[in-house]
Design a protein around this ligand. Structure first.
Ligand SMILES: C[S@@+](CC[C@H](N)C(=O)[O-])C[C@H]1O[C@@H](n2cnc3c(N)ncnc32)[C@H](O)[C@@H]1O
Length: 174
């Protein structure tokens, strides 16, 4: 418990999982035949990471999480019900390269989104899909927004990195 609290203070967000309703809507915005590397930024207990790996079996999902307890839980789940296309990393995604990713998925908080925006536009190829729910990328125009029929009317934002004609179709894993 203490570890979760300390890492919530460190990262700025608790490992709150994405709800089933939001998850289903979010996943439907990613093509099932997506290839390449899908990055999940802040994977918590693995709720979204496992669902992403199932939704996009031809992609390699790389999930970053700093907080040790939810990370260990996700590792245990991976051991019990392995997804061959899922890689769980206990790493700070701000220190990772996003280069070559075919999609990025996140559920973070406003401060992280602000810090992420220049990294996303600098490192991702034009057209790469970015999916975020609850929090938007300020100053970016989503190509699609969905509002989930839940208590919070959770918004899901689909962006494409500006500067290209269409989504990037390959990445380092594919
Ligand atoms: C709201 S939770 C989302 C969990 C999961 N993505 C989901 O949707 O079910 C956000 C997670 O991001 C993690 N996180 C925040 N900043 C991070 C960073 N720089 N590197 C890795 N993980 C981070 C937090 O520890 C937390 O578990």
């Amino acid at each position: 418990m203490l570890s979760i609290v300390l890492h919530t203070l460190r990262t700025g967000i608790s490992p709150m999982p994405t709800s089933g309703r939001v998850r289903r809507q979010l996943l439907s915005l990613l093509p099932e035949d997506l290839e390449g590397t899908v990055l999940e930024l802040g994977s918590g207990w693995g709720t979204l990471a496992f669902a992403l790996a199932d939704r996009c079996p031809r992609a390699r999902v790389v999930a970053f999480e700093l907080s040790p307890v939810p990370y260990a839980f996700a590792r245990l789940r991976q051991r019990l019900a392995p997804r061959p296309n899922l890689q769980l990393l206990r790493e700070d995604f701000f220190r990772a390269s996003f280069s070559g990713a075919s999609a990025v998925v996140c559920y973070l908080f406003p401060g992280a989104m602000t810090r992420l925006a220049p990294k996303l536009s600098a490192e991702l190829a034009p057209g790469t899909r970015i999916l975020s729910h609850t929090f938007a990328l300020r100053g970016w125009k989503p190509v699609q927004t969905r509002v989930v029929d839940d208590l919070y009317r959770t918004p899901i934002y689909l962006y494409e990195v500006p500067g290209g004609a269409g989504p990037a179709d390959t990445g380092p894993g594919g």
